[in-house]
Design a binder for this molecule. Structure first.
Ligand code: HDD
Length: 726
């Protein structure tokens, strides 16, 4: 692809006026640096930009230089003694280039290594008055944010769509310092005490001898641990549900998990649990789709997030809190608020909405931003404090500790993505990678030589730990929870699901336990399921070919309907629809269909029998984004068929016979995964075998497609097809 004439129009390619479809399908002009690409200036001790000249980072200027800024005329050949002679030791450029390359990798995160991130803005509704003094939650305040989503178990190069918990970590760059909300897409955790973190992670990570399986919980050590350490059962059933395989990072809820303490201006306190509610709804993949995607597009969630933002379908969430009184026993309706394996049903404490976050900008550089961002539960601001949840206490220690190894020293807060966007005036000095050029001579307190600066901030403007009473008594190593109950909320979750969601849970246990080798592990987990629900246990036991153990289920557990993902309609922005066309039909109606979908924020991928530009019977030119060689239905939310491309001869036994098997597979998988399928014209004939199936629609013309298609997309999937009885 030539870049000599970057502005030359490409037939059928979107013009600069047409919206981007999130895919670099046509040659682009070299982009000028955007303001966010400007070299970040070092921060002085006061937080003001210091003296470094612009352009200290590469690819900001025209001419190639060394890291020291010396202009270079050559970077393709080492310096040699004669054309075929030995390479000379004096070649500093060779040594510098190789040395730097050799050290490009840093240790990946020990958990949550695989992730994707985006920049955005949080806008406060001003609904936190009387709850917290945090400035960023005052009415109308806008705060820049950086959000990193992740899987937990896999390494940095693992697939996005594996069954796992997802991390949902948000950095708020507030005017009063950085606040990090380091949560997950599941509201409870495997363990009650941080001392068990290494155990649960060792159990979930690949087996130490062969280092398999990668990014999976479907193996003996994981189920060995959770069946022995039964407080993990609640989190485990969430992982086995559709929550473990989200459709997109954009369609996940987020939870702060722990109970936090909010402190108001008058000093009054409340206990709260943080929630992120996605505007696009909570949606998941089906398991086969997730498995196929792990091979066909291991970057599915990363791509989806970036494409949605690039196409203007900005993901957004509302932030809310469940508010509970700060009572001495720190329980609410019998639920121990210091036990992170328990949730508070929304039916008992509704979510009070505080503001809205929109992600509108992709990172410029993955390593500089997404990899080097360092979250920490101890990054708190005035008005938000921790509680005595021992899991949280362990996290307060762990996150600083891990950054030292991962980011190579104590100054990681100075990396541009981690820098506060407010004055920084600490007394921390020196260390590896010190970027700040500190002034002054007295980095200690109290001092007189720097005029006493910096002075302690007046209490009403400072972060002050809440004077909460602490439980007195003897030093003890033992459980901290008020009730030792691992099964009633596990059962509550199961009872709250619709039949199709329950079927998915059964499928997931059958798969995961079926992948275990040790009979004793399967039997022990079945014994746990017997304490969750008789029907669940029986269904899984049958699939494993084992008997159903006896077990007593918790009595009087009421479901919490808000835990189900189904039953509502949601905005469709960011959904992806594939439209199969070829050159035997007029293509102007396809352009109109694409515009109608685009108007709702839906991204359309034109799928041709081959790549490149198609010219329709009406002379309309259309650029394909996919061909039958490069797409499978798993990357789509719905399929539209407007043509029946003749089969590729080498793929069918008799030339011209039947449907192209790639199109056949596209339709068959879309059908099996519960996706809407719409056809018109020649495409309608292709859908005859699916005649009268729910969610398979045929229209007279392309102009009739958008209406019924969007209606189906609002419900995410054709549920009656995925589970005919309910
Ligand atoms: Fe953690 C990373 C979420 C318990 C120790 N954790 C990490 C990330 C998320 C969470 C989202 C990725 C942050 C990023 O994108 O950089 N972790 C949680 C939640 C927990 C939790 C919701 C329970 C409520 N974590 C937890 C415990 C410990 C850790 C109990 C250790 C005692 N977590 C870490 C860590 C990581 C981390 C090792 C790895 C990389 C990092 O911190 O920066 O320190």
């Amino acid at each position: 692809m030539s870049t000599d004439t970057p502005d030359a129009p490409v037939p059928g390619a979107p013009s600069s006026e047409t919206p981007s479809y999130g895919e670099p399908t046509s040659p682009r002009s070299p982009l000028p640096p955007t303001p966010d690409q400007a070299a970040p200036a070092p921060v002085s001790a006061t937080g003001a930009s210091a003296t470094a000249p612009d352009g200290v980072r590469a690819q900001q200027g025209e001419w190639l230089t060394t890291a020291g800024g010396t202009p270079l005329a050559q970077t393709d050949h080492s310096l040699r003694a004669g054309r075929r002679g030995p390479v000379l030791l004096q070649d500093h450029h060779l040594r510098e280039k190789t040395m730097h390359f050799d050290h490009e990798r840093i240790p990946e995160r020990v958990v949550h290594a695989r992730g994707a991130a985006a920049h955005g803005t949080f806008r406060s509704y001003g609904a936190a008055d009387g709850l917290t003094s945090a400035a960023f939650l005052a009415e109308g305040v806008e705060t820049p944010v950086f959000v990193r989503f992740s899987t937990v178990l896999g390494s940095r190069g693992s697939a996005d769509t594996v069954r796992d918990t997802r991390g949902f970590a948000t950095k708020f760059y507030t005017s009063e310092g950085v606040f990090d909300l380091v949560g997950n897409n599941i509201p409870v955790f495997f363990i009650q005490d941080a001392i068990k973190f290494a155990d649960v992670i060792h159990a979930g990570k690949p087996h130490p001898d062969r280092e398999i399986p990668q990014a999976q919980s479907a193996h003996d050590t994981f189920w060995d641990f959770v069946s022995l350490h039964t407080e993990a059962q609640h989190h485990a059933i969430w992982n086995m549900s559709d929550r473990g395989i989200p459709r997109s990072y954009r369609t996940m809820e987020g939870f702060g998990v722990h109970t936090f303490r909010l402190v108001a201006d008058d000093g009054s306190t409340r206990l709260v649990k943080f929630h992120w509610k996605p505007r696009a709804g909570v949606h998941s993949l089906v398991w086969e789709e997730a498995q196929l995607l792990a091979g066909l597009d291991p970057d599915f969630h990363r791509r989806d997030l970036a494409d949605a933002i690039e196409s203007g379908a900005f993901p957004s969430w509302q932030l809310g809190v469940q508010v509970m009184p700060d009572t001495p026993d720190q329980t609410f309706e019998g639920i121990d608020l210091l036990d992170p394996t328990k949730l508070v049903p929304e039916e008992l404490a509704p979510v009070h909405l505080l503001g809205e976050m929109t992600l509108e900008r992709n990172p410029t550089n993955y390593f500089a931003e997404t990899e080097q961002v360092a979250f920490h539960v101890g990054h708190l601001v005035r008005g938000i404090d921790v509680t005595d949840d021992p899991l949280m206490a362990g996290r307060m220690f762990s996150y600083l500790d891990t950054q030292l190894t991962r980011l190579g020293g104590p100054n990681f807060e100075q990396i541009p993505i981690n820098r506060p966007r407010c004055p920084v005036n600490d007394l921390l000095r020196d260390g590896h990678h010190q970027d700040a050029v500190h002034t002054g001579v007295a980095p200690y307190h109290p001092n007189s030589l720097d005029g006493g600066n910096p002075f302690p901030t007046p209490a009403e403007r400072a972060f002050v730990e809440t004077p909460a009473p602490v439980a007195a008594g003897e030093k003890v190593r033992g459980p901290h929870t008020s009730v030792d109950d691992h099964f009633s909320q596990t059962r509550m979750f199961w009872l709250s699901l619709t039949p199709v969601e329950r079927r998915h849970v059964v499928d997931a246990y059958a798969f995961e336990l079926g992948k275990c080798y040790e009979q004793v592990v399967k039997e022990r987990q079945l014994a746990c399921l017997a304490r969750v629900d008789e029907e669940l246990c029986r269904a899984v036991a049958v699939r494993l070919g084992l008997g159903r153990p006896d077990g007593e289920v918790a009595a009087d557990v009421a479901p919490s309907p808000s835990l189900s993902q189904l039953g509502l309609r949601w905005p469709v922005a960011g959904r992806v629809v594939g439209v199969v066309v070829d050159v035997t039909i007029p293509l102007a109606p396809v352009l109109a269909l694409r515009a109608a979908l685009q108007a709702q924020g839906v991204r359309t991928l034109v799928i041709g029998p081959r790549g490149g530009v198609l010219v329709g019977t009406d002379g309309t030119e259309l650029m394909t984004q996919r061909s039958l060689d490069t797409t499978r239905s798993v990357e789509l939310d719905a399929v539209v068929v407007g043509a029946a491309p003749p089969p590729r001869p080498d793929l069918v036994p008799v030339e011209g016979a039947g449907l192209d098997p790639r199109l056949d597979l596209l339709l068959e998988e879309a059908w099996r995964h519960g996706k809407a399928i719409v056809g018109w014209g020649a495409g309608a004939a292709v859908l005859e075998p699916y005649d009268a199936q729910p969610g398979v629609l045929v229209t007279d013309s392309a102009s009739d497609v958008a209406g019924p298609l969007l209606e189906r997309l609002e419900q995410h999937r054709v549920w009656e097809r995925l589970h005919p009885t309910g």
